[in-house]
Design a protein around this ligand. Sequence first.
Ligand SMILES: [Zn+2]
Length: 113
Amino acid sequence: MHEMSLCENILGILLDEAASQNFSKVDRVCLEVGPLSGVEPEALRFGFDVVTRGSLADGAQLDIFEPEATATCAACGATAVIQDRFDPCPSCGSHVLQVKTGEELRIKELEVS
Ligand SMILES: [Zn+2]
């Protein structure tokens, strides 16, 4: 499950931030997880709990923000909200869509003390 290694990466970022910004506890982490990022939010929650146990982020609240995925059609230029990167353009049916948003996977907010 690659969510587990993602959580380890996130914890690594938190530790780096803690060292450079001088905090010792993470109270809340807000992640932005795009629907096209290939990450399962529930698996991420589980992994986060396991990986942060005993760390500075032990017991931190994890909020997952899931933005909409949008794409621009290369054929007709329309921009549409899509559920999947292989969705056809809702205006003209073309499958040549340029994904604009929805692949995000990043820490959006951090509350520390
Ligand atoms: Zn189109």
